[in-house]
Structures are given as structure tokens and as C-alpha cells.
Design a protein around this ligand. Structure first.
Ligand SMILES: [Zn+2]
Length: 434
């Protein structure tokens, strides 16, 4: 169940509760709504309370990061909250665009503002990530901080690497193990997918089910060592039959198999940066691998979504997961807080229009969640959504990416929640087995 976050009178987090209980508390006047998304109430008459261990689980991804809060206890874990955090897109493209505008203004000898600081040295600082990647780390950091304010988080799990080198090299993997789906087999599979670029080693086809394939077949004395394994599509696997890769016309596969994938490729820089952020919170951090996540997901019979993958991160995942019925992951989309640039430009970099200097109009800012009660006119009725402010004091209201109402006077708007750099949508309920 997607539970409601509960704060005590002083704003300290208590255990999340069932939505029905939250409704009752609100109706009785014992609580007030503290936040719309993620939905949070604050109790008016309670300070402190009993809390149980809550684990925040994170599956970092390049476009989407899965987040899950689970209550731990015995051999079962209860899912309290699921979310999918969509990172900002096009960071690299936008920075490249800005660079090109500036370059043009320099070379065309137009008005140009030179750099204010000699800050090139910082770009070579060790451990520095490019802006497109550091933005992902920052978003994860923001949400770890926010969830800690909403729930009594006592530990964290994160998927750090795709696979565990130790589990594969040592001990020697036998064929029985990977066929029967033991954990080591999942690690091997992730390793091979990474090494062979997630495509058939023979025909190069992508986005089809791929099988583990013996380069020298077992019938010809080939071993089960990872250096004799590759990834192929079903068609190639069958066509190859009992031939070796060289006999099948692909000697390069045999050569590539002998090279080992470096450990560095298994853990990427962004994940390490996220790990460092989590370690800095002082909470105990458990690390897992992609192979482990997939193994847990298969064991628990869960469908593949970012949020459910987060539930499956780490060795601490118990055999029983409850609370998944009707649990829809909250979609959190990073949208930023508006642009610094005040000049709108055409695609050639010429000024096309100017944005106003001040950010707030009549107490509202673009991105604030508002409720507008419009008495008359084309848009008469009640509208709730994100507001886009104009200097004239007549705003547009957007909902779900569409224009809901336009030219709405600030007089009719009530603030529901301040813009916080993210938009929120309810996701579809995850189908589950419990
Ligand atoms: Zn193929």
C-alpha cells in the first residue's frame, strides 16, 4: 500500500500510516495536511511515538532511479512507499548549446561577457563528474534528505555494481549453478551482458532475449569458465550447434572472450558518487549488485519496474514482501526551478524576447501548485495544477503536461504547495502476487 507519511506536532517523522487512518485523523481534526506530494499529514496533538526500522532502497539508473521505503521485521518486509525519480534530460545538450552561443558571440565580435573567474582548475578536480551526471547524484541526494524528513529511515540499500567479480572468479562457476538460477548465475549473466554490450555476439541483434552461449561447445570439451561464455540470440545459438565460434565464422569472438572486463566497468562513477553521498548521511549503507537485484526479483516473482527493482536491492531482501497490493509508484520528475537566462533566443542565437526579471507575481511563482476557483467565463470551475505566472497577474494553469486554464486572475488562485523543483504524478498500481 502507498502509505501516508506522518509527522508529529514538532514535524519529526513517525511511522507512515494507512490512507484510511489518515482520512479519519484529518476528519477528526487531529491532523492537518503538511504536504500534497508525497502525501504527508502532521498530527496536532502528539509529540514523538514508537518507530520501527525503515529501510530506504535505491536502484540508480541513468534516466530513472527507483526508490522504495520498506519496514523491516523478521522474515517479512512491508513496502510503505514506492517512487520513480525521473532525472533531468538534455543537460549535456543545453550546456553545449550555451557554449556555442557564447563562441559565436566571441568570434562575431558582438557584445560578449568574458568569464568572471579563472575556474578551469575546478573542472580537473579529482572525482568531479560532468554536469549531466552530477545532476543525477544531486537528485538522489535531495530525495534521501527529503525521505529522512518524512519517515524514520534507519538504514539504506543501494545497487552499486552490475555484478560481483568475486562471486564469478572465485569459486569456479559450474554449469549446474548458472542453469538453476543460483545467485552466481545472475552475476555471470550481468557480467556477460556488460562485456558483450547487451547484443548477440554473432549477428549483433539487440533488444531480443539473449542466451548464455559456449564459445567452444561443452560437447567439444569447452569449459563453463566465463572466458568460454558469450551472449547470443536464440537463432545464432541453434545455428551454431556444435561448432566452435571460429568454425561458425566468428574468430573475433574467441579472441575477445580471452580479454577480461576490467572491474572498473562494473561500478560506474555516478554510482560511486551516490554511494559517497549515502555514506555521508551516517546511516548504515548496504550495497548490492544488479545480479543480486535480478535474482531477488525472480525469487519474489515481481514484475520489472524501477521501483520494484529498488525493493529487490541488496542481500537483506527477505523472502516475504507484503504491502504491494495496489501500491502505485509515485512519479517524481525533476523539472528544475526555472532558467537563469533572461533572453529567449532563436535557434541561431538571436534575441527573440525577454523574460521578466522578478520571479514571483502576486506571491506566486511558476511551478507552484495552485487551486483556482473561477466564478465565470470560459474557464469557470475549479482547476488544480502547476501555475505559470505572468507579469499581468493573469496566469496559466497546467495539469499533466496540458493547459487546463489560461488568463486566470491571481485573485482566484490559492497556493497548495510551493514549487520544489519536481512535479508529481500518481503512477499505475503495480500488479503483485500477494
Ligand atoms: Zn544472433
Amino acid at each position: 500500500m502507498q502509505e501516508v507519511f506522518v509527522l508529529d506536532k514538532r514535524g519529526n517523522p513517525l511511522m507512515p500510516c494507512h490512507p484510511a487512518r489518515a482520512r479519519k485523523l484529518l476528519k477528526q481534526g487531529r491532523a492537518v495536511v503538511a504536504r500534497r506530494a508525497p502525501f504527508t499529514i502532521r498530527l496536532k496533538d502528539q509529540v514523538g511515538g514508537k518507530v520501527q526500522p525503515v529501510r530506504l532502497k535505491i536502484d540508480p539508473g541513468s534516466k530513472t532511479t527507483g526508490l522504495a521505503l520498506v519496514r523491516e521485521g523478521g522474515d517479512q518486509a512491508e513496502v510503505l512507499h514506492l517512487a520513480e525519480l525521473h532525472h533531468r534530460r538534455g543537460v549535456h545538450r543545453r550546456m553545449e548549446q550555451r557554449r556555442n552561443y557564447r563562441r559565436r558571440r566571441r568570434s562575431a565580435n558582438l557584445r560578449y561577457r568574458p568569464p568572471r573567474f579563472l575556474n578551469r582548475a575546478t573542472s580537473r578536480r579529482e572525482g568531479r563528474l560532468p554536469p549531466s551526471l552530477s545532476s543525477r547524484v544531486d537528485h538522489v541526494e535531495t530525495w534521501v534528505r527529503r525521505y529522512r524528513r518524512l519517515a524514520p529511515v534507519s538504514s539504506v540499500s543501494v545497487e552499486l555494481a552490475r555484478f560481483d567479480m568475486q562471486k564469478m572468479v572465485n569459486p569456479e562457476i559450474s554449469g549446474v549453478e548458472y542453469q538453476q538460477g543460483e545467485l552466481a548465475g545472475y552475476e555471470v549473466r550481468e557480467y556477460l551482458l556488460e562485456k558483450w554490450g547487451r547484443r548477440c555476439a554473432y549477428c549483433g541483434v539487440e533488444n531480443v532475449p539473449l542466451e548464455i552461449e559456449h564459445i567452444v561447445p561443452k560437447s567439444r570439451g569447452g569449459s563453463n569458465r566465463v572466458s568460454n561464455l558469450t551472449i547470443s540470440c536464440r537463432g545464432c545459438n541453434q545455428e551454431k550447434g556444435s561448432r566452435t565460434a571460429a568454425e561458425f565464422g566468428h574468430p573475433q569472438v574467441q579472441a575477445q572472450a580471452r580479454q577480461s572486463l576490467k572491474d572498473a566497468a562494473a561500478v560506474n562513477a555516478t554510482r560511486w558518487a551516490i554511494y559517497r553521498v549515502l555514506a555521508a548521511t551516517g546511516l548504515p549503507v548496504e550495497v548490492g549488485t544488479g545480479g543480486r537485484t535480478k535474482y531477488n526479483r525472480t525469487r519474489l516473482g515481481l514484475p520489472k519496474t524501477h521501483a520494484l527493482d529498488a525493493v529487490c536491492v541488496g542481500a537483506s531482501t527477505p523472502d516475504g514482501i507484503i504491502g504491494l497490493n495496489g501500491a502505485a509508484a509515485l512519479t517524481i520528475r525533476a523539472v528544475g526551478r526555472g532558467s537563469y537566462q533572461r533572453t529567449r533566443v532563436t535557434r541561431h542565437g538571436f534575441a527573440r524576447g525577454y523574460l521578466m526579471r522578478q520571479k514571483s507575481v502576486e506571491g506566486f511563482r511558476t511551478g507552484d501548485l495552485v487551486r483556482a476557483i473561477v466564478p465565470t467565463g470560459k474557464y469557470a470551475g475549479v482547476h488544480e495544477g502547476g501555475v505559470a505566472v505572468r507579469k499581468s497577474g493573469y496566469f496559466a494553469i497546467r495539469r499533466g503536461g496540458k493547459l487546463a486554464a489560461d488568463g486566470i486572475s491571481a485573485r482566484y488562485c490559492q497556493l497548495v504547495q510551493r514549487a520544489d523543483g519536481y512535479t508529481y504524478e500518481k503512477g499505475e498500481a503495480a500488479s503483485s502476487h500477494d
